[in-house]
Design a protein around this ligand. Sequence first.
Ligand code: DGL
Length: 261
Amino acid sequence: MNPSPIAVFDSGLGGLTVLRALRERLPHEDFFYFADTRFLPYGDKPEVFLKERGVLIAEALARRGAKALVVACNTATAAAAEAIRAATALPIVALEPGVKPAASMTRCGVVGVLATTRTLQSERFRRLVGNHAAGVEVIARACPGLADAIETDGPESPAVAALLDAYVAPLAAAGADVVVLGCTHYPWVAEGIARRMPAGTQLLDTGEAVARQLERLLLADGRIGGGTGRLTLATSGAPQAVTVTVDRLFGHKMQVEHWEP
Ligand code: DGL
């Protein structure tokens, strides 16, 4: 047992969709969630910036006493996972779009992927598709502006609706029967995506798979358990603004502290 918290980070509040699955699976762990909202969105930042930022955050979280790290951001994983693994000795779970399960789930052989520009342009994504979706048609659609609109305007806002109209239409037109939510912000708008696809389309998010992987890792390292289910939320941006967004997304207020890695 190890009572230190598990650190989770994302560019903003998308990773909270992952955190929800982590806390359900591991209710006796403490979590420290860091939203790097000062630099939201990550999706259109240069790879070199994301690499440096990811390493800086991971090192600071290790110094802060985290016992494991979850990179709850597909974009940060695509750009920085290898650099982060090289820079810290922490056990790390980094998530990436669920292309592999989607390729085995599709019946019609067409899979849609919604993700950020940076994720889709990455070498890691190219390899993921090449290695695990060779016999399948993958329709990948970048969604610039969507993650920030979800946070700033809210999942039900007209701004988000207009972006979803534009980004989901090509997947419906191509006949995809599985849609990969390749950005941790997108589960917040899963209903809006489902409404724009034919009935029966499966949406795939990786929260639960990440939770199972984290559990395996903690067990293997003898680090599981010892917490009390405590959650600390921190941001590099303005705590007040994050409190408002958390309230909008979760329907209740939570304390948010300022933290600079
Ligand atoms: N939530 C992030 C992801 O999973 C990125 C959103 C953004 O900052 O662009 O890719």
